[in-house]
Design a protein around this ligand. Structure first.
Ligand SMILES: Cc1cc2nc3c(=O)[nH]c(=O)nc-3n(C[C@H](O)[C@H](O)[C@H](O)COP(=O)(O)OP(=O)(O)OC[C@H]3O[C@@H](n4cnc5c(N)ncnc54)[C@H](O)[C@@H]3O)c2cc1C
Length: 557
């Protein structure tokens, strides 16, 4: 077996935080949670893909973390006395990304995952050291493209972009090989008998090959949804892991509730697709939506929340406990339910829009899309804050950003700080009273035609990237008439529910619905999906956390 001995490229200044050495006192507290284990040289403690992965603290000797690939191994890290193993998969209970093997015999303290989680929750000092190390290790793995998955694709393929985004937004480390750019890709394709027409292809642990998989297939293969206990009645099931769902998960789990979160795509929701959120309290220099989501996701898991990446397809709300049905056929019962499914951009702007989705038409402007359009002209459609952020972000790499708005200007729809930023960015051209009238191209968007509604003039531009950021619609279709909705299909709650709504829903209680309670008792709604909500990260977070206090009340009733 060859050993390429390529260590994890570390940010030198942070290596003490990534690989901390515990003090004898901290060591003693870990020992109280686990048991001593004597190790032999070459002993494999954990194999890549193992589902039960304990936490190890090295007492003496040395252990190494290795990424197996075929008959070769890549050295990821080496741990000596006082150092511990693990990264964020340990919080979620997902499968091991790497092999752990003893390099020098000695002794370890072995702590099982549940005990390790209890230790993180109850010992603030150790909890902080371990959590920081886990998160930073994952960040390094993502930056180094080092995990158990390899994505082979092309930058001209919408499905490659979809898969990249799915892995990136779920914080999953993977290596990317581009069909057009990487010279030895043919060898890899031949090894796995893959035709170039089958891309994107995802290869897991050097064995399992998925050809143009759906996000759901990738989630299943990565073990995102393993071991869900369908018989356990949860205190709270949260549908949607945007800011409101994640806030509810953190508050609920930290206050002792048994919480399950169901997320159709990736944690973070709309906020996760934001390049920089600058008006969220506590982040004076702004924070990317992806980073905010990743932090909240780890925080929720630290307190024991279980999170599945699966679409909720139905809510059976006619009898208690309510049951949420999932697209993989599972049914999960809950004593209280929080609907936090948010909203998404309208996709029906133009007839052939969907043809170019992912190959020129995008609904989010993250690092992944920005990489595709560096050095090109782009169009951003919309006059709200999300469009403004996208324009400012893309202007850093694009040669020109045409911002198309239907109205006379931005003053009514956008925050003042963004308007100022747009005015100060010479490469952003604001085009008021303007709408896209057609999109043209072959297998990728090639040109965009727009029209000024005041002058009637149309212009065609050779532009191959259009960002559509116009009004959002609520994700409530899956509820199929279970809850009272307003005329735009947002969920009505609390005082917004009229006596007619309550009588149509056969409201059975003598008390009226609580503030965030829907027309069905103990089913709550929070964030953008709720009628009358403010459509801001802070308000979604506030509503998600407030919903938990009502959940405590209904569970006591
Ligand atoms: C590009 C962009 C930039 C923005 N910038 C800012 C900003 O700077 N400041 C600010 O305050 N606000 C900003 N916003 C608005 C802010 O992101 C939203 O108000 C906030 O994300 C709403 O949170 P939420 O949890 O209610 O819903 P969402 O963020 O919409 O999350 C809902 C989640 O539910 C999931 N879901 C939907 N249906 C199902 C289902 N059936 N089963 C399971 N899961 C489901 C979705 O996949 C999603 O992850 C921005 C929005 C966008 C799009």
């Amino acid at each position: 077996m060859t050993d390429t001995r390529i260590p994890l490229p570390l940010t030198r200044s942070r290596s003490e935080e990534i690989f901390p050495v515990l003090t004898p006192e901290q060591h003693r507290r870990v020992a109280e949670r686990g048991h001593m284990r004597v190790t032999r040289s070459g002993e494999v403690l954990v194999e890549q893909g193992d589902s039960t992965v304990p936490f190890f603290l090295v007492v003496s000797g040395e252990i190494e973390i290795l990424r197996p690939l075929g008959s070769a191994e890549t050295l990821v890290a080496v741990f000596g006395p006082g150092q511990f193993t693990g990264e964020v998969n340990m919080l979620s209970g997902r499968r091991a990304l790497f092999r752990i093997r003893v390099a020098q015999p000695g002794e370890l303290i072995e702590v099982d995952r549940r005990e390790m989680q209890a230790m993180m929750q109850n010992d603030a000092e150790l909890g902080e050291i371990i959590m920081r190390a886990f998160i930073l290790r994952r960040v390094e793995l993502i930056a180094a493209g080092m995990g158990d998955a390899v994505l082979v694709g092309s930058n001209h393929s919408a499905d490659t972009l979809r898969t990249k985004e799915f892995l990136m937004r779920n914080g999953y480390p993977y290596s990317y090989i581009d069909l057009e750019r990487d010279s030895d890709v043919q060898n890899l394709l031949d090894t796995f008998h893959i035709a170039a027409s089958e891309i994107p292809v995802v290869i897991f642990r050097g064995q399992l090959v998925l050809r143009n998989p759906t996000n759901r297939q990738v989630a299943e293969a990565l073990g995102f949804n393993e071991a869900v206990d369908q018989r356990r009645v949860r205190d709270l099931i949260i549908v949607g892991a945007g800011p409101s769902g994640l806030a509810a998960a953190v508050y609920g789990a930290s206050e002792g509730l048994d919480v399950l979160v169901l997320e159709a795509s990736s944690p973070g929701g709309q906020a996760g697709s934001s390049s920089r959120i600058e008006n969220y309290l506590g982040f004076p220099t702004g924070i990317s939506g992806q980073e905010l989501a990743a932090r909240a996701y780890s925080q929720a898991q630290k307190f024991g929340t279980e999170i599945l990446i699966v679409n909720a397809t139905h809510l059976a709300c006619d009898r208690k406990p309510y049951v949420v049905e999932l697209e993989n056929g599972a049914r999960v019962p809950g004593r209280a339910i929080l609907i936090a499914t948010g909203a998404e951009y309208r996709r029906t702007l133009l007839e052939n829009l969907s043809r170019f989705e992912g190959v020129g038409v995008y609904y989010g402007a993250t690092f992944v899309e920005a990489q595709l359009c560096g050095g090109d002209e782009v169009v951003v459609v919309g006059g709200g804050n999300s469009a403004g952020q996208a324009a400012v972000f893309l202007a850093q790499t694009a040669t020109r950003v045409h911002m198309l708005v239907r109205s006379a200007g931005l003053a009514e729809s956008m925050s003042r700080y963004l308007i100022r930023r747009i005015e100060e960015t010479p490469t952003i051209v604001l085009r008021p009273h303007t709408e896209i009238v057609s999109l043209e191209g072959g297998d990728h968007l090639e040109s965009v035609r727009w029209r000024n509604s005041q002058t009637g003039e149309t212009e065609e531009h050779k532009i191959s990237h259009a960002f559509i950021m116009t009004g959002a619609v609520p994700n409530t279709r899956w509820l199929e008439g279970c809850l009272a909705l307003d005329t735009k299909e947002f969920i009505k709650t609390g005082p917004d529910l009229s006596p007619e709504d309550l009588s149509a829903a056969h409201w059975p209680l003598s008390r009226p619905p609580y503030l965030l309670e829907t027309s069905v008792p103990t089913v709550f709604a929070a964030g953008d999906v709720r009628s009358g909500s403010l459509k801001r990260v802070a308000s979604a977070v506030g509503e998600g956390s407030a919903a938990v206090s009502f959940v405590h009340q209904v569970l006591r009733e």
